[in-house]
Design a protein around this ligand. Sequence first.
Ligand code: ATP
Ligand code: MG
Length: 526
Amino acid sequence: MSDIKYSEISSILKKELSDFQFESKLSEFGIIVQIGDGVVRSFGLNSAFYGELVEFPDETKGMVLNLEEDHVSIVLLSLSKNLKEGDIVKRTGKIFSINVGENMLGRIVDTLGNPIDGKGPIKGKLFEMPLERKAPGVIYREPVKEPLQTGIKFIDSMIPIGRGQRELIIGDRQTGKTTIAIDTIINQKRFFEKNEPVYCIYVAISQKGSTIARISKILEEKGAMSYTIIVSATSSDPVSMQIFAPFSGTAIGEYFRDTGRPSLVVYDDLSKQAVSYREISLLLRRPPGREAYPGDVFYLHSRLLERSAKIIKDQEMAKNMNDIPLSIKNQIKGGGSLTALPIIETQSGDISSYIPTNVISITDGQIFLEKDLFHSGIRPAINESISVSRVGGSAQIQSMRKISGTLKLDQAQFKELESFSKFGSELDSSTMDILRKGKINTEILKQNPHDPYDIADQIAIIYVGTKNLLKKISIDKVSNFEKEYIFYLKEKHENVLISLRNGIFDEKISEILETVALELSDKYIT
Ligand code: ATP
Ligand code: MG
C-alpha cells in the first residue's frame, strides 16, 4: 500500500471518528490500517510512546517503533495469522520487559524470557527487568580492575579482559569466534565451584536451532549450565525477536549486576542483529544510510554495550543508580559487574566496513581472528598485532603481569622477522634465536577448544616460553612437554601453583619452574 493512500485512509478515519467523539479513546486505542511482514501500521494510539508495548485482540504483542504524524508503526513480537486490517490495538502503558530470576540459570529462553527447552516453566520468584534501560552514570562506575579470566592462554596473557569491560571478538566465518566465547563461559566453572560464580548469559542471534542445541550440549557436558542462561532467537523466529534478543540478555545480566554479582554476556553475533534491524527499518520506511543500514544502527549497538559496567562497592551510593527497576529496588547491592563479549562477523577480514568499525569504536578492545592463521593450524587464530585490550591490563593478576610483560613484544618482533626471513636471505644467529623462540611461543599459545586453563598453569607454561628455556626442544614436542610439565607441577609443586594463582611470583618460584622445565625438557630434545 502506498504512503499516499495510507494517509488518505487516516484522514478519512479521523473525520469519521471525530463525529463520534472518539477522540479521547483514540489516545489509548488504535485501528490496524496495514499489516504485513511483521509490521503493523495503525491509526490512533495518540498517546503511545516509543518502545511501548501494545496488545492485539488475539493477545499478540507488539512494540511501538515509529511515531509519525498520521500513524504509529509497530513491530509484532510473535507471528500472528489472525490479525487483519480494521482490528483494534490497545496501549499497555508498559515498556518491553522480561521476567528474570535465579531459576533461569541452566535454562534456554527466548527473547521474551519464556523457556524453550521443554523443561517446564521457570519456578521461583521472578523480577521484571526492562529491555531498554539507561546505562549506569559515571559516578556509579568503578575502573575495571578485576580479571575476567577466559582460560585462554593467548588472551589472559596478552589481551587480558577485566570485569565490566566490553571486548569485541571479530573475524570471518569459521575462525573460532564462538569457541572463544563458549570457552570463557566454561572457564567460569572454577569460580562457580569456589562459590564465587560469574553468571553467564549466551545470546544466540539468528543462528540455526541445531547450532544452539550443540552449544547447550557442550555447556551441559562441561558442567557450565549451572551458572549459565542461553537466550535464543533463531533465524526462523520473528525478526523483532532477533533484534531484541541482545537486550533481553543484557536485562538478565543487569539483574545479576545490580544485585551485586559479576555477570558476563556474549552476543553471538551483532552483525546478524544489525541485518535484522536493517530489515525492520526498511519495512518501517526509515531512510536507509550507508550499506542500507538505518542511521541509528550505531546507536542500537552503543546503547546496548554502554550497559556493561563495574558498579561501585558503596551500597548506599549504588542504591541511587539511575533507572533502577522497581522490582529489584530492595535488593540493590554495589560491586556487581556486567562484562560484554560482542561478536562481529567480517567479510574477507575487512574490519573497516560499516558495522565492524562502529562496534570497534564502542568497545574497549578487540580480539581479531584471522582465517589464514586458522588454516595454518595456529588456533586460536588471534592476530596479536591488531588485537588489544584497552582497559584489561590493570585487571591482570600480578604474577601473570610480571611474567607476560615481554611476550607481546617478543611475538611482534618474531612476526616481523618471520615475514622478512621468507625472502631466503642469510640469517645471523641472533635472528635465528628470535625466530626459534617465537616459534616455541606460538606453539605454547596454541590451545584446543573447550579446554580452558587455570591461570596458574598458564603462568607456569608461559614463563618457560618467555625465559626461552625450551631452546633445544623440537617444535612438535612442545605440547607434549607442556602436558608433562603441568602434570608434574600439580603432583610435586601444588604450592607453587597456589601461589601463582594468588598473584605471587618470586625468586623461589622462578627457580622451581626453571629447574623443573630444564629437567623435563631434556627428554624432548631431538
Ligand atoms: P561461525 O562463523 O560459523 O559462527 P565461528 O567463527 O564462531 O564460526 P567456531 O564455531 O567457534 O567459529 O569454530 C569453527 C570450527 O573451528 C569449529 O569446528 C571449532 O571446533 C573449530 N575450532 C575453534 N577453535 C579451535 C581451536 N582453538 N583449535 C581447534 N579447533 C578449533
Ligand atoms: Mg560462531
